[in-house]
Write a protein that binds this ligand. Structure first.
Ligand code: FAD
Length: 450
């Protein structure tokens, strides 16, 4: 049985190791268009801040990790077409432009996404960078220490833009973080948590929010970003304003939605028999939303790959892919947060009725001095009728991000505020209060006075 995997990132890696570990008789080949196997963009900020062993170590796997299990990995090999009738793919060797046709029994697409280039005048000027993959990582790293780069404009204030802005602020650059939405991380967190984080952003950079990018000015290199509300000087621009799926090559063969995402059924099958798709190039089923939505995370790709491999050779899988929550964590300078499931923004966008609550406390009993007793904040998003928890986030200067995983568990098991309010959690004053943080946050959401 021959399985071809397109893309050597999280989805491709997980598919390959699951296949090689679970089956003895499967021939596994990964084709990767890039020249490096397999840079982990999740580790990019740590790399840019010199917190990793070496650039080439920031990877999911090295080819020999798969080869010693019996698989095959080809870098610089782009899959350019699928031929469903013959059950073959065309593979182009990018080092010499030669092509060959290779057969498969099963084909797994994990071709991911590419950051969008803004369709505005001047976007081909030098020093306009993206933040994904090893090539951009190397260029961004060089820019952090380039004395000619003084002003850095980051376009897009989501996770990646936040990471980029922190990197360049810490590197001593003057940073302007820009977005069309009105607050950094505005689509990720509820307003009360944004209120806490916003001053921290402002301490380290200029914010230019609620603006439309109209173009880039400069002769050879970029010199400024033009917006509908004035220009921003920039020797370097990092664009982190959305992504496009790497699916052009599938048009006419594999069904795509209007924006190019690969359409899959609940078993992660495409419209073409024996062709499956996972990772950022598809929209996964969200458990709290009850429908597919964009949740572009490595965690999602890996869970999809694991499910797919478990059921790949069943005529009809006995269970669907149960879906994901979308759990993530990030630091913003001194603050750390974790979030899981939906928030006010994503609930509204998906027409899901919601209520929210915000809880603020100190982490430990009041008799612990302030320096050892940081503030902790919890935001919950829930169904206002049956109190099912749809999402939640924790924030503190102390690392309470593991509580985000507790929320993820509660959300995925469709627990209610009442369940969380009474759930038995530990108490030890070295760590928490008599009732644990999430008990208190849920009790507060239910209006119980404490
Ligand atoms: P991708 O990672 O997009 O990789 C697709 C691969 O397929 C690419 O290597 C591409 O070259 C290759 N390819 C595409 N088309 C072809 C073709 N036709 N032939 C051959 N090869 C092809 N997620 C988290 O869970 N936690 C994090 O902390 C986190 N941090 C992130 C930080 C940054 C800066 C970025 C950019 C992303 C981060 N993510 C994080 C998201 C995570 O990286 C993605 O969700 C994950 O990489 C998706 O994996 P994938 O397999 O779908 O595809």
């Amino acid at each position: 049985r021959k399985v071809i995997i397109v893309g050597a990132s999280h989805g491709g890696h997980e598919s390959a190791i699951e296949l090689l570990d679970k089956y003895d008789d499967v021939d596994v080949t990964i084709y990767e268009a890039g020249d490096f196997i397999s840079f982990m963009s999740c580790g990019m900020q740590l790399f840019l801040e010199n917190k990793v062993t070496a650039e080439d170590d920031v990877r999911n796997f090295a080819p020999e990790d798969i080869e010693k299990k019996g698989g095959h990995v080809y870098a610089n090999h782009e899959v350019t077409a699928v031929h469903p009738d013959k059950k073959t793919v065309t593979v182009k060797d990018l080092t010499n432009d030669s092509e060959e046709e290779v057969s498969y029994d099963k084909l797994i697409l994990s071709s991911g996404v590419t950051p969008k280039v803004l369709p505005v005048p001047g976007s081909d000027l030098k020093n306009i960078y993206l933040m994904r993959g090893r090539d951009w990582a190397s260029k961004l790293k060089a820019a952090t220490t380039d004395p000619a780069i003084k002003n850095v404009a980051i376009i897009g204030a989501g996770y990646i833009g936040t990471e980029a802005s922190e990197v360049f602020a810490k590197a001593g650059k003057h940073v302007t973080l820009m977005d069309m939405i009105d607050r950094p991380l505005g689509t990720y967190l509820n307003p009360e948590l944004l209120d806490i984080l916003e001053p921290t952003f402002k301490d380290h950079m200029d914010l230019k929010m609620g603006v439309k990018i109209e173009g880039f000015n400069g002769t050879d290199k970029v010199e400024s970003v033009e917006t509908d509300n004035g220009d921003v000087s920039a020797d370097l621009v990092v664009v982190s304003a959305g992504v496009s799926p790497n699916t052009d090559w599938l048009k006419g063969t594999v069904d795509l939605d209007q924006r190019g995402w690969i359409k899959t059924d609940p078993y992660l099958r495409t419209n073409v028999k024996d062709v499956y798709a996972i990772g950022d190039a598809i929209l996964p089923y969200s458990i709290p939303a009850g429908k597919p939505m964009p949740i572009a995370l490595a965690t999602t790709a890996r869970r999809e790959a694991q499910y797919l491999v478990d059921h790949l050779f069943e005529a009809k899988p006995d269970q669907v892919f149960k879906g994901v929550i979308g759990a993530s964590a990030l630091s913003v300078f001194d603050y750390h947060f974790a979030t899981a499931g939906l928030n006010q923004f994503s609930a509204e966008k998906n027409d899901i009725p919601y209520g929210t609550s915000f809880y603020e406390d100190s982490m430990r009993p009041a008799y612990i001095p302030e320096k050892d007793n940081p503030k902790v904040y919890v935001s919950l998003t829930f169904n206002p009728y049956n109190h099912q928890i749809l999402g939640g986030a924790v924030l503190s200067k102390y690392d309470v991000t593991a509580q985000g995983n507790v929320l993820a568990l509660a959300i995925s098991h469709k627990m209610t505020l009442e369940d969380l309010a009474e759930q038995d959690f530990f108490f030890q004053p070295g760590f928490d209060r008599q009732w644990s943080l999430l008990n208190l946050a849920a009790q507060h959401a239910l209006g119980l006075a404490r």
